[in-house]
Ligand binder design. Structure first.
Ligand SMILES: [Zn+2]
Length: 206
């Protein structure tokens, strides 16, 4: 969903339930029908209404209110459901000339495939569960239990940033997945730290 804050608030809020349960309920006068609805939500937004808030080359004339108003259209509970939040700086013309940096898509795809294979093996006895994203409660605590340092970091962050229980569990799932992408059997502090960094960024923390 591009320009996410531009969608009417009522539309955005209806996403909360299906994100959480993987099902959507359509209610009409005589019937309620439930449909399967598992999806990955990718949303993008400008940092503020005019779009210049974080651009060092141009100035937003209404900073910082412009950004607060704009991103404030996304409610806290909805924002809480985004596991990976990334701030993307503006691209200058000189950047366009540079060769692409980082891994190629093919390299990343191979890594993702490997991580999914690890998860398929992990959940081979439970057909309803396919990925780390599907687990909760005691199973999540078992498969994603971080080492002592990781746990300490997560507890400190939870207190400092007032993380919700939902956020706490979502960070564990992301940390487990980061460890899988590395092929690491255990969740350690760096995995927790990386998972936290995706959630607690400067502008879009909730
Ligand atoms: Zn602005």
């Amino acid at each position: 969903m591009d320009e996410f804050p531009e969608f009417p608030r009522t539309v955005l809020e209806t996403l909360r339930q299906p994100i959480e349960t993987g099902e959507v309920m359509v209610a009409r006068a005589n019937a309620h029908v439930k449909y399967p609805c598992r999806f990955m939500l990718v949303a993008a937004a400008n940092p503020c209404k005019c779009g210049y808030l974080t651009d060092p080359a141009r100035a937003c004339s209404r900073a910082p209110v412009c950004g607060e108003d704009y991103l404030g259209r996304i409610s806290g509970p909805l924002m809480d459901r985004f596991d990976l939040r990334i701030e993307v700086p503006p691209v200058g013309f000189t950047d366009l000339d540079l060769p692409p940096s980082g891994d190629s898509s093919a390299t990343v795809a191979a890594r993702v495939e490997q991580a999914r294979a690890i998860q398929a093996a992990r959940f081979c006895d439970t057909p309803a569960t396919r990925q780390n994203a599907d687990v909760e409660g005691s199973v999540l605590e078992e498969i994603a239990a971080p080492d002592a340092e990781g746990k300490e970091l997560l507890l400190k962050a939870a207190e400092r940033f007032g993380l919700s229980a939902r956020a706490f569990h979502r960070i564990l799932r992301v940390a487990r997945t980061i460890a899988d992408l590395e092929g690491a059997p255990d969740v350690r502090r760096p995995h927790v730290a990386e998972a936290l960094s995706f959630r607690i960024s400067a502008r879009v923390a909730s």
